[in-house]
Ligand binder design. Sequence first.
Ligand SMILES: *Cc1c(COP(=O)(O)O)cnc(C)c1O
Length: 399
Amino acid sequence: MMKPIPYGRQNISQEDIDAVIATLKSDYLTQGPRVLEFEEAFAEYVGSKYAVAVANGTAALHLCALALNVKKGDKVITTPITFAASANCVRYCGGEVVFADIEPDTYLLDINKVEELLLASPKGTYKGIIPVDFAGRSVDMEAFANLANKHDLWIIEDSCHAPGGYFKDSNDIQQQCGNGKFADLAIFSFHPVKHIAAGEGGMITTNDEDLYKSLLMLRTHGITKDSETFKNSIDFAAGESGFSEYPTWYMEMQTLGYNYRLTDFQSALGHSQLSRANQGLEIRRKLAKVYKDAFCDKKFIKGQSDVIEGHAYHLYIIEVDDRTGLYNHLRDCKIYAQIHYIPCHLMPYYRSRGWQEGDLPQAEQYYKRCISLPMYPTLETKEQQYVIEQVLEFYEKSV
Ligand SMILES: *Cc1c(COP(=O)(O)O)cnc(C)c1O
C-alpha cells in the first residue's frame, strides 16, 4: 500500500532544522539579524531592489494595499481564480473588488477583460490591478504595466505561486516574477504548501524606495526610529531644551500600522529553504513533464497543453470531464488532489456584495473541470506513476 499522497507538501532538511535551532539558541527570536539576511537573499533571488519580510502572504497584501493608500470606495481589479486573500486586501482598506474574467487557456487574469472595464468607466474610477501568477505561471507583467501606465494605476503582483518563475518580455529578456520592473509591489507566501516554507511567512518585493520605507513602518505599528523623519521637536523628545540630538530611546508612531513581523527563527528557516529553491523548482518542472507526457494523447484531458517555459509549477492542473468523479476516485486511493480555486466572486461574502453566477463565465466553466494533481519536490517516481495510473484507470472505466 502507498502512503497517502497530498497535492502539495513541504520539504524540511536537516540543514533547515539546524538553522532554526541555531537561531533559537541565539540572542534574538525576533527583530534580529536573520530577518534582514533573509530579505536580502530573497531580493537577490527574484531580482528586486528591496524585500520586506512579513508574518504571512495575507499580511503582505494588506500592507501593500495600505502603502498604496487604498481607501473607501477605491476600485481594484483582480482575478476570481485565486486564493481569497488576493481580493480581501482591498476590502480590509474599504475598497471595492472588481473581478475580471480569466483567459481559458492560461487561467490567468484576461488583460482584454481588464481593459474593457477601464475603458467603460471615467479615468480615475479604478486605482489598481492585482494580477496573480496563478499555479506558478507568470502573468505577462510587461503588458499589464503598459496598460496600468496608460490608465494611471498601480499594480500588486501576487506571486505566491511563482518564486523562481519568469516570463519573456518583448525583447525576449527573462523577467523574474516579483522583480519589481513592472509592478509597484509583489508579494510571496511561505505557507508550507508553497515553494518555500517558513511555517507562516510572507515577503513583499519592490524597487521603489518610498514604498519600501513605508512598508517597514507599517509592518511595525507605524513606528519609526529614523530621526531624519521625526515630526516632534528635539525639546519635546528630550523633555527639556538644550539638546541638539534626539535621545536614543526616542521613536515616533507616525501612521497607523500593525505588528506583521516575521520572527528570526522563521526567517532562518525561510532562508535555508531559499538556498534549495532552484533545486525544488527543477524537480517540479520534471514532474510536470512526466504528467504532460502521460496525458498528452488523452482526449479527455484538456491540460495546460505544453510544458511552459518559466512556469514555477506550484500546481499542476488538468481540466477533465466528471472532475468530481475523478476527485472522489483519487481520494478512495488516498491521493488527495485539490481544486484551485472555487471562484472568489461566488463565495457567499462576495455574492453578498452583488456578484452572481454568470458574471464571469470562463472562471465558472474552469471551476467545473479543474483538478490539481500532487506536485511537490519529494513526490517519488512510483507515487507519481500511481497517480497517473489511477487517473487513466478512472477514465478507461468511465468510457
Ligand atoms: C497562499 C496565498 C496567499 C496568502 O498567503 P498566506 O501566507 O497563506 O497568508 C495569497 N495569494 C495567493 C495566490 C496564495 O496562494
